[in-house]
Design a protein around this ligand. Structure first.
Ligand code: NAD
Length: 366
């Protein structure tokens, strides 16, 4: 089958890591008889240089027309790059915000998976890690506190700031459906996280999630208060499969969950709307400090491409093959510099490779 993939290589290490993800997708194409056709889309600093703006209408049109969009990362050194002397609406990240809005990407999915061979990078104690953990956080991305009315004004002579947290039933329902759909592709467990003992928006959240759950009798679900969830993530992370939550709770919990995996170069993410399309990108930034040196870790981008296969194209076998290839390369002892053990006595057991060789090794194992 033929798939039309929009590719935002972006800035910094973006083009290097995206190149490796394409290598791996091409290996999937050869093995499983698919044809991935790529169309480069300009966004971020490279778009500012070429067109004067971080995202053109033409680029938005290209992204909308693609079956899915794979992205590296955008932005430069925020202290030294001339892009950051521009007004905020013309800076690289304004392009990404505009793209998310144009594609109506209301659901953000971030996995936190502990690789057997990278257990040492996990800051948790061995008895907590146990056999590892494998969860995803499904975060609502376009509503809640970050998008509500806000104001700062003087009230009775005292400066007072107000932010409002609003969710409609419809906004909750569409993200809940995404969460349960993802659970059906995994271990079929949803933990819906809220603060229903205090917040009205959370009480509505709970009610709608319970309603959506009725359509998924195979999925076990539970409610958990957000403060308890923050604790459980470091106490017993293995209990989670899909964590479903609103925007601000998800922002905080997804960073906590990614920290417990121990390595930023390994973490993928997907942003989705209510079509099959989506935007797939690593969780890290454009790492301008190491750009152009062939030392970046491409695994987060390769795993983002695997998510694209699974969630936009329904190619589960193919996604499994990519994830298995990543695990095998790690088992075989290959490491980019960011995941090399620090201790001298351990280094002889591993082979340090660059970005491009890591891509070759993973593609080879697909
Ligand atoms: P960063 O994630 O780019 O880098 C933080 C540190 O992690 C750096 O030391 C970097 O070398 C390292 N690192 C990141 N990815 C790596 C990889 N794949 N392999 C090895 N090491 C890796 O964060 P930052 O330095 O705060 O931001 C740099 C630029 O990226 C900024 O312009 C920022 O706005 C942008 N950014 C973009 C996105 C995005 O495109 N979605 C996300 C976050 C930051």
């Amino acid at each position: 089958m033929k798939y039309h993939v929009g590719v935002i290589s972006g800035d910094g290490i973006g083009p290097e890591i995206v190149n490796e993800a394409k290598k791996v997708l091409n290996a999937v194409g050869t093995k499983f008889d698919h044809d991935f056709e790529y169309e480069e889309i300009l966004m971020g600093g490279c778009s500012i240089d070429a067109t004067g703006v971080p995202l053109t209408d033409e680029a938005i049109g290209q992204a909308k027309a693609a079956d899915a969009v794979l992205m590296g990362s955008i932005g430069g050194n925020t202290s030294t790059s001339p892009w950051y002397k521009l007004e905020p609406s013309l800076r690289p990240e304004a392009g990404l915000l505009k793209l998310r809005k144009s594609l109506n990407l209301f659901a953000n999915l971030r996995p936190a998976y502990l690789y057997e061979d990278l257990k040492e990078a996990c800051p948790l104690r061995d008895e907590i890690i146990g056999d590892g953990f494998d969860m995803v956080i499904m975060r609502e991305l376009t509503g809640g506190l970050y998008f509500g009315e806000r104001e700062t004004k003087e009230v009775n002579g005292v400066m007072t700031a107000t932010d409002t947290l609003t969710y409609s039933e419809e906004e909750i329902r569409r993200i809940a459906v995404k969460g349960f759909d993802i659970a059906m592709k995994r271990r079929k467990k949803v933990t819906s996280v809220d603060k229903a003992n205090v917040l009205d928006s959370s009480r509505l959240w709970r009610k709608v999630v319970e309603d959506v759950a009725k359509d998924y009798p195979e999925v076990t679900y539970e409610h958990m208060l957000v403060d308890n969830c923050a604790m459980q993530l470091v106490k017993n992370p293995a209990q989670f499969d899909v964590i479903l939550t609103e925007n601000m709770f998800g922002d905080i919990l997804s960073d906590e969950a990614s920290m417990v995996t121990g390595s930023i170069g390994m973490l993928s993410s997907a942003s989705m709307n209510d079509t099959k399309s989506g935007l797939y990108e690593p969780s890290h930034g454009s790492a301008p400090d190491i750009a152009g040196q062939d030392i970046a870790n491409p695994i987060a981008t390769i795993l983002s491409a695997a998510m694209m296969l699974r969630y936009s194209f329904d190619l589960d076998k193919e996604a499994d093959a990519v994830e298995a290839a990543v695990r095998q390369v790690l088992k075989d002892g290959y490491r980019t510099v960011d995941i090399m053990p620090q201790e001298d006595e351990k280094k002889p057991y591993f082979t340090q490779v660059g970005c491009s060789e890591m891509g070759d090794l993973i593609a080879g194992r697909v």
